[in-house]
Design a protein around this ligand. Structure first.
Ligand code: BEZ
Length: 212
């Protein structure tokens, strides 16, 4: 079992999926990726999550993020379950679900937490940058469905801070003011951020979202 930390290279793998054999890196190409695990097929919370994820695909596409789910059941089971998801969630599942029957990928990504459940994966989320580095890890318990608005919000923050010397404050949403990186002196910040810099404290400087 591997421990994956922020900044590590996301391990590559080949695995069966609802759309056939997949190589993870080939699937991601040179864009961003989001890998999220589900405890099992034909479970209620997972059904709502996958339906929601399918409805959010346009938003992930806009941000150049490829989605890929995982559950520890096989391809035939996934494809039967997908019919139920499409029917009950009024959508079409439009991304692959890894069929991780032998738990190879779950173990590689440390998605099984034995004290929570010995056999099923917890709800892990990994966001992976184009250079294949891991940018975000979140772990939810099986009983809590994920908030896909929050995942998009984090991707907006990650993509903004990858290109600008800023960080995003609590509850930030795209378009709202951001924090100037602490490493930049205020005078330098004023020359970098043409929209202006407000110095609230020497360590707390705000500037309008440079991407908005
Ligand atoms: C669910 O997806 O509904 C679920 C899965 C495992 C445990 C609890 C809930």
């Amino acid at each position: 079992m591997a421990t994956i930390r922020l900044g590590d290279t996301a391990p590559n793998f080949s695995a069966d999926s609802s759309i056939g054999e997949i190589n993870f890196y080939d699937y991601l190409g040179d864009g961003w990726g989001i890998l999220f695990s589900h405890p099992a097929d034909f479970t209620p919370v997972c059904t709502t999550e996958l339906g929601t994820a399918a409805k959010f695909k346009d938003e992930f596409d806009k941000r150049n993020v490829k989605m890929i789910a995982l559950s520890v059941d096989g391809r035939a089971s996934h494809n039967e379950w997908i019919k139920d998801i499409n029917e009950t969630q009024h959508t079409i599942v439009n991304f692959p679900i890894i069929a991780d029957e032998d738990k190879k990928v779950s173990n590689l990504y440390d998605m099984i937490h034995p004290k929570a459940d010995n056999n099923l994966t917890v709800r892990s989320v990994y966001i992976i940058a184009p250079d294949k580095s891991v940018k975000l890890i979140i772990t939810y318990p099986a009983s809590t469905g994920r908030n896909f608005h929050e995942l998009l919000r984090v991707i907006d923050s990650l993509q903004l801070t990858a290109y600008h010397k800023v960080a995003t404050p609590a509850n930030w949403q795209h378009g709202e003011d951001v924090v100037v990186s602490p490493a930049i002196p205020t005078e330098e910040a004023r020359s970098i951020f043409s929209k202006g810099v407000e110095e609230i404290k020497p360590y707390l400087r705000m500037t309008p979202d440079p991407s908005a």
